[in-house]
Each structure stands twice: as structure tokens, then as C-alpha cells.
Design a protein around this ligand. Structure first.
Ligand SMILES: *[C@@H]1O[C@H](CO)[C@@H](O)[C@H](O)[C@H]1NC(C)=O
Ligand SMILES: *[C@@H]1O[C@H](CO)[C@@H](O)[C@H](O)[C@H]1NC(C)=O
Ligand SMILES: *[C@@H]1O[C@H](CO)[C@@H](O)[C@H](O)[C@H]1NC(C)=O
Ligand SMILES: *[C@@H]1O[C@H](CO)[C@@H](O)[C@H](O)[C@H]1NC(C)=O
Ligand SMILES: *[C@@H]1O[C@H](CO)[C@@H](O)[C@H](O)[C@H]1NC(C)=O
Ligand SMILES: *[C@@H]1O[C@H](CO)[C@@H](O)[C@H](O)[C@H]1NC(C)=O
Length: 394
């Protein structure tokens, strides 16, 4: 909770400071949302102050010099001085993720399209007008492509409108309506880009929308995790102080609790991006403790089975003296081995689907397990998002 307020205060003070700094250099276009503007520095300037941008005449009073960009949370970030025009008030715009001739791959911009790709490109978009009619619009000739606007998230997924669950409506004013969960997104929360669609043998390139991953609220997750952590500490304390509980089973259970505690702690740090300084280490530690927790769980199962089946195997008799030591060797040792293999895979494996990609995209956790299931379906994404840290790199 405290942390939340500290972050809040920090953010508020940053905004205040930025606003104070910007007072002197304030030069925004009046009555124009930043997300309706385009960088028109490259446009031709006419003698009377107007600009000719891609064949569109932008009057001088709809242009201004900007030294900042507005982030989706309304804070400002300093950038180089450039001219922006409120172009979307003159002509409908379309919000792209990257420059107009780039193609998306694995939900990130993958650079210019090749000649062959440009040939099979379908440049038309279905735009819904205010009266509800749907029209086809050429993305470059009939619309203004906006692409240098900041996005409110790093992780995105694409929608495939051949799927029933991925239907959407794109309005002329830039609103985007996702049918499946009836959510309306603005230009801060979605973008469009060329994407390859595979249809049996044939592949085509069409313009597809990309949305931010739907993640459960961070506050909710934090409350749940902190509650779990407190309960774990209480459990461990009880086991530490009550002598009667310190039998073999109790000791194994304490080890399990410690592993779980560490795994949750690292997950929590990752959630609040507090493990950035030791990101990769945190990722491997998290993996180690999750694995160790599962191994201790298996030790506890074995021990219970031994206890209740009552039979004393030869091996058991041999081990009885050093059983806790043997359990420790097994659980921690296997966890070390598994972490070692993962470390090697992280270094050696080149195939993205099989590489653990520890620390990928600023998320200090392993991520390859889920990226294998790289389905574009909305439902599968929504479901996959539950195991928080793990899901970010789809
Ligand atoms: C604006 O556009 C110009 C010309 O294309 C480019 O050189 C400049 O870096 C852009 N500025 C920003 C802040 O994007
Ligand atoms: C500026 O000049 C252009 C071309 O010379 C002209 O079309 C436009 O109407 C002028 N704008 C104003 C506000 O005078
Ligand atoms: C911009 O200038 C034009 C004529 O020069 C005027 O008709 C228009 O109302 C002005 N727009 C704004 C937002 O001031
Ligand atoms: C536009 O609609 C047509 C017909 O419904 C569809 O075949 C086409 O794929 C759509 N285009 C895009 C880019 O979604
Ligand atoms: C855009 O148009 C749609 C449909 O007409 C409407 O529902 C939506 O509120 C509009 N959005 C904005 C930001 O005006
Ligand atoms: C796909 O390719 C196979 C073999 O190249 C061919 O037999 C089949 O007819 C193709 N299917 C379509 C829909 O083109």
C-alpha cells in the first residue's frame, strides 16, 4: 500500500515538474487532442504559414511546434523540436503501430516489407461511418497514417477477423470496438499494422488491429500476493516456534513454504518492476524457487506415502538416518540442475519458441513456456494471462 502511494506521489511530482518546465515552451494546438496530431516536419511550408502535407493543406492555426510527446497516462516526455499538425480534424486518420510500410511479426514491428510482400498486400480497411455504413478505405490514399504516437503497453496481441471471437469495428473517428468483450478502445490503446495471414497454402497480407494484452489489475494481484506472503510468514513462524511440529514432515513443509515465499516475492517484485536492476538473476532465482517448491511438494508426497503405507523398504531403512539430508539433496539439487539447463538454453538455443528468454521485454521472469502457444485468439490470451509474470511475453 505504502509503495503504491510513493509511486503515486512520484508520478504526480513528475507531472507537476514537467508542467512547470513546459509552461515556458508551451506550444500546443488549441482544441486539438495530441492523439489527433501528426509530425509534419517533412511537409512543405507555404509562404503564408500553411503546410502541404501529403497533398493536404494544413492551415497555420492547426500547426504548432512541439518539444514533447504525450504519453498515454497524460504525462509529457521531452523529444526533439518538431512541427505537428492537427491533421485528423481535416481528414480521417488511421492509427498504425509502426511506419506505414512496416510489417508486424510476433506482435512487434519487423521492418520494411519486401517487394513480394508489397505485391500481395491488401491496402484496404473496413471503416464504419457515423451512420453505421461500412466503407472500404485505402490506408494511404484515403486516410492519414499516424504512427509515432506512444502506445499504452508493450505487450500486444493481434486480432484475426476470420475468427468469431476476434470481430471488431473500426470507426472513422478513430474509436475501436472489440465485439467479444464489448470494449471501446481509443488511439492510445490499439494500433493497426500489416500482418501476414496464412490460409491453408496461401498467405495474404492484410491490415490487422493489435491490442494491449488484457491483464488483471495490478492492485488486485498485489493485494492477493501480499496476503499470501503474510500467511506464509505466519505459517513458517508457527513451525519455527512449535517444537512438536519440527518432525521430518514439518521440516519438509517449511522448506516448501520458504520456496513458495521466495517465488511469490520475486513475482511481486517483477509485477512492480522493482527487480529491474538484477532482472536476469531475478528471473533465474524465481524459476529456481518455483521448481524447488514443486520438488519439495513431491518430497512431501513421498514422505506421506511412506508414512501411511507403513512398509519399510530396504531403501527406506538405509535412508532413515539421513533422510532429511537425502530429501534436501534431491530437491535443491534437482532445482539447481533444472535451472542450469534453463541457463544453458537461454545462452545457446536460437529458436525463439524454445529459448527461455529470461528478462525479455523488461519482464524479469521466464517466458518461453507460453509463447509456444502463440494463438491469435482473444480467449486464449485472456486465459493465459492468469499466471501473471509468465504470460507477458506472448
Ligand atoms: C518528425 O519528422 C521529422 C522528418 O520526418 C524527423 O526527422 C523527426 O525526427 C520527427 N520528430 C519526432 C519527434 O518524431
Ligand atoms: C495559404 O496558401 C495556399 C496556397 O498558396 C492557399 O491555398 C491557402 O488558402 C492559403 N491559406 C490561407 C489561410 O491564406
Ligand atoms: C483557422 O483559420 C481559419 C482561416 O484562416 C479559420 O476559418 C478557422 O476558424 C481557424 N481555426 C481555428 C481553430 O482558429
Ligand atoms: C473487410 O471486409 C471484407 C468483407 O467483409 C473482408 O473480406 C475483408 O477481409 C475485410 N478487410 C479487412 C482488412 O479486415
Ligand atoms: C466515434 O464514433 C462512434 C460511432 O459513431 C461513437 O460510438 C464514439 O463515441 C465516437 N468516439 C469519439 C471519441 O468521438
Ligand atoms: C496445397 O498444396 C498442395 C500440394 O502442394 C496441393 O495439392 C493443394 O491443392 C493445395 N491446396 C490449395 C487450397 O491450394
Amino acid at each position: 500500500m505504502k509503495l503504491f502511494w510513493v509511486k503515486r506521489l512520484l508520478r504526480i511530482s513528475t507531472v507537476v515538474v514537467t508542467l512547470l518546465l513546459l509552461q515556458r515552451t508551451n506550444a500546443a494546438i488549441p482544441d486539438c487532442d495530441y492523439y489527433d496530431t501528426v509530425n509534419i516536419s517533412a511537409a512543405q511550408k507555404l509562404p503564408n504559414g500553411s503546410y502541404l502535407f501529403e497533398g493536404l493543406l494544413v492551415p497555420a492555426n492547426l500547426t504548432a511546434e512541439y518539444e514533447f510527446t504525450i504519453l498515454p497516462d497524460d504525462s509529457k516526455q521531452k523529444v526533439d523540436k518538431h512541427i505537428r499538425g492537427c491533421v485528423c480534424q481535416l481528414k480521417p486518420c488511421v492509427r498504425f503501430c509502426c511506419p506505414h510500410n512496416h510489417i508486424m511479426d510476433m506482435n512487434v514491428c519487423a521492418g520494411d516489407m519486401t517487394e513480394e510482400e508489397l505485391e500481395v498486400l491488401d491496402p484496404f480497411l473496413n471503416v464504419t461511418l457515423d451512420d453505421g455504413s461500412v466503407v472500404r478505405r485505402h490506408f494511404k490514399k484515403e486516410l492519414i497514417v499516424q504512427w509515432d504516437l506512444p502506445m499504452s503497453c508493450d505487450g500486444m496481441f493481434s486480432l484475426d477477423n476470420r475468427e468469431k471471437t476476434d470481430q471488431y469495428t473500426l470507426f472513422e473517428n478513430g474509436s475501436f470496438f472489440r465485439h467479444h468483450d464489448r470494449v471501446t478502445l481509443n488511439k492510445r490503446e490499439y494500433c493497426l499494422q500489416h500482418l501476414t495471414f496464412v490460409d491453408g497454402n496461401e498467405s495474404s497480407i492484410r491490415i490487422a488491429p493489435h491490442n494491449c494484452l488484457i491483464s488483471p489489475s495490478r492492485m488486485g494481484q498485489t493485494v492477493v500476493m501480499i496476503t499470501s506472503l503474510v500467511c506464509m510468514v505466519l505459517t513458517i513462524t508457527v513451525y519455527l516456534f512449535v517444537k512438536k511440529l519440527q518432525n521430518l514432515h514439518g521440516k519438509c513443509f517449511m522448506c516448501y513454504m520458504v520456496c513458495l515465499f521466495m517465488a511469490y516475492l520475486l513475482l511481486l517484485l517483477n509485477l512492480w518492476q522493482m527487480s529491474q536492476n538484477f532482472c536476469i538473476t531475478a528471473g533465474f532465482l524465481g524459476y529456481f524457487f518455483v521448481m524447488a517448491a514443486f520438488l519439495w511438494l513431491s518430497v512431501i508426497s513421498l514422505h506421506l506415502w511412506n508414512t501411511f503405507s507403513g512398509s519399510a523398504h530396504n531403501a527406506n531403512r538405509f535412508l532413515s538416518e539421513h533422510r532429511f539430508l537425502a530429501y534436501n539433496t534431491y530437491a535443491w539439487g534437482m532445482a539447481v540442475v533444472l535451472t542450469g539447463i534453463t541457463y544453458l538454453a537461454d545462452k545457446v538455443v536460437e529458436n525463439e519458441d524454445w529459448n527461455p528468454r529470461m528478462g525479455f521485454g523488461g519482464h524479469c521472469w521466464i517466458c518461453s513456456v507460453f509463447s509456444i502457444i502463440n494463438s491469435p485468439k482473444l480467449v486464449s490470451h485472456a486465459l493465459l494471462l492468469w499466471p501473471d509474470g509468465i504470460s507477458y511475453c506472448i
